[in-house]
Design a protein around this ligand. Structure first.
Ligand code: G1P
Length: 294
């Protein structure tokens, strides 16, 4: 079996839902407590054994490359001040030996096009795609880690899915599932952003994919789809006609950090798990309750 060594992070999108915060800085750099969303995504990839991070970027996303690079001025300053914990944090946004590749997506032509831009760096091996605005707390094992384990059994493309409310189907790729066993389904079809009436189920793809490399051949051939963009979902819909594609209902909780509400939910829950903040933050939330502000 070919090991999953590479992860693609499509980060070229504009993030209009967070304007004005995302006017000059990428939505993937929005922090949840003290780490930017993109760092959670990279940590999930590392946890799943990924060794090479491939970022599909655009002109306004330079700070992502800066974040995973060394910052000699900051490091020197922290060293001189004896702030060694902070120095360690600043130095190790990515472990040594893990490589980062940055590829520009010249035009915002859609998620499918962004993934296709990664082809020269991925080559002929299975790979992961992580959408950083879906923050997933997998609990004991990360979502991508769970998917890598399933890949070892089936060696097929795998999508992370979760059930959504009927009125939400038009925000997601929705699958038509044939259940294989608990939490694992084979796709009979997949549709991008269907209305509730058109949706084949309420099982929605969230931002984690493990894809076999033949997906690139399908991406090359698809026409523009929903929203006038090249959709990854449409390439998967073609792939599943020739090769089995699976969907996994992962264990854990997903926060839609592409929406303000989901982002706030993540912030509150991650703060409640944060070692140094937990107690003070709980106290603060309780005081709000007491004052009947919530
Ligand atoms: C993308 C995909 C969609 C998927 C979603 C998960 O949509 O196209 O199939 O369900 O991510 O977050 P976007 O949120 O970029 O519109």
């Amino acid at each position: 079996m070919q090991k999953i060594r590479k992860a693609v992070f499509p980060v070229a999108g504009l993030g209009t839902r967070f304007l004005p915060a995302t006017k000059a800085s990428p939505k993937e750099m929005l922090p949840v407590v003290d780490k930017p969303l993109i760092q959670y995504a990279v940590e999930e990839a590392l946890d799943a054994g990924i060794e090479q991070m491939i970022f599909i970027t655009s002109s306004s996303k330079r700070s992502i490359a800066d974040h995973f690079d060394r910052n000699p001025v900051l490091e020197q300053e922290l060293e001189q001040r004896g702030k060694f914990d902070l120095l360690d944090m600043a130095r190790h946004t990515i472990p040594e030996g893990v490589s980062c590749i940055y590829i520009r997506q010249p035009e915002p032509l859609g998620l499918g096009h962004a993934v296709l831009c990664a082809r020269p760096a991925v080559g002929d091996e299975p790979f992961a795609v992580i959408l950083a605005d879906d923050l997933i707390d997998g609990g004991e094992q990360s979502c991508l880690g769970q998917m890598v384990d399933l890949y070892a059994k089936h060696e097929a493309s795998i999508l992370a899915i979760q059930e959504v409310a009927e009125e939400e189907t038009s925000k997601y790729g929705i699958i038509d599932p044939q259940t294989l066993y608990e939490r694992v389904h084979q796709l009979r079809n997949i549709v991008e952003k269907p209305t509730p009436l058109e949706a084949p189920s309420c099982l929605a793809v969230v931002g984690r994919y493990l894809l076999t490399p033949n997906i690139f051949d399908y991406l090359e051939k698809i026409p523009k789809g929903a929203g006038g963009e090249l959709q990854l979902t449409d390439a998967i819909a073609r792939q599943l006609k020739d090769h089995p594609v699976l969907a996994q209902e992962f264990q854990g909780k997903r926060y839609d950090c592409g929406s303000k509400l989901g982002y706030l939910e993540a912030t509150v829950e991650y703060a409640l798990q944060h070692q140094n903040l937990r107690e003070a933050f709980k106290k603060y939330l309780n005081s709000l309750l007491h004052e009947q502000k919530i």
